[in-house]
Structures are given as C-alpha cells and as structure tokens.
Design a protein. Sequence first.
Length: 160
Amino acid sequence: MKFQFNFRAKLLIVSLASAAVFAPALLQNADAAKKRVKAKVPAKATVPGVFYDTDWQYRVATLYGEKKNIIGSVSGNARFNRNGTYEQNYYIGGIGNFYKGKYKIAGNNLTTFDEKGKKVFDFKFTVGTKPPILVLSMMDKGKKSIDYSLRPPEKKTTKP
C-alpha cells in the first residue's frame, strides 16, 4: 500500500526535521550573539578619586582651527564634588565665565547643567593621576574644538 502525502504534509515534515537538526545550532548562535552584544556594551568607567573635590586650576586653552591651532592662557578654577555639584570660574582673554550647578558622568562624557537644570557644556574628559591633570575637551561635529588643561594648585613647601 502506498502512502500519498499532499504538499502541505511534506512541507510540515521537512520543516520539523529541519528544526530538529538546526535548532541546537540556532540556539548556540543566538547565545553567541547575545555574548557579542554584551561585550560591546561599554563597562562603567571609573573616575580616579583625584577628580572629585579637587580645586582644579585652569592653565591652558587650545583652540583647534581649520588651518592652525591657537594656544592661549586661561585662568580660574573648577571643582567637581562627589555629590554631583560643580563650580567653574575662569577667564579667557579677560572675559569671565562663571558656572555652577550639577554634572553627570557617562563613560568619558561630562555634562554640566546650570542651577536651573539647563545644559551648559558637553565635555569629553580625561583625568591623569601622576601627575594629576584634567583635560576638558569640547567637540564640534565630531572634532575637537577646544581643550582646557587643568591642574591642582602646586603645593608650596616651606623651609624650616
């Protein structure tokens, strides 16, 4: 006696057989894909302790231009407290810039907000520990537009 299968029945049998053969491989590929996605998620950056509660002094500002860079002096200070508040007071070319409010860190991004919660600056930031140095970089269309270099005040040594 011959069995006759219709097209749908044949398709169902082939699909079930394929699923039984390929399912373990598909699950392994899905697990591997999940691991790859997790690996691409940046780890939470740790900020060196010297960043917080330090009276940083502005030293140099570098303005990146199309044809040349301009390096100029900048004076003033900045302080980023562990409680998420900050204060920046600095002068460039005799023009005062005074900001205070709250800040947020995400990876190497530092965003400052004024006292009313309005965004003031988006910086990329780098903190060095030996010697302590803080570089705040502003970006424009994916390129650096200005770097501010800051250092803690130099410790004065007294001679006996």
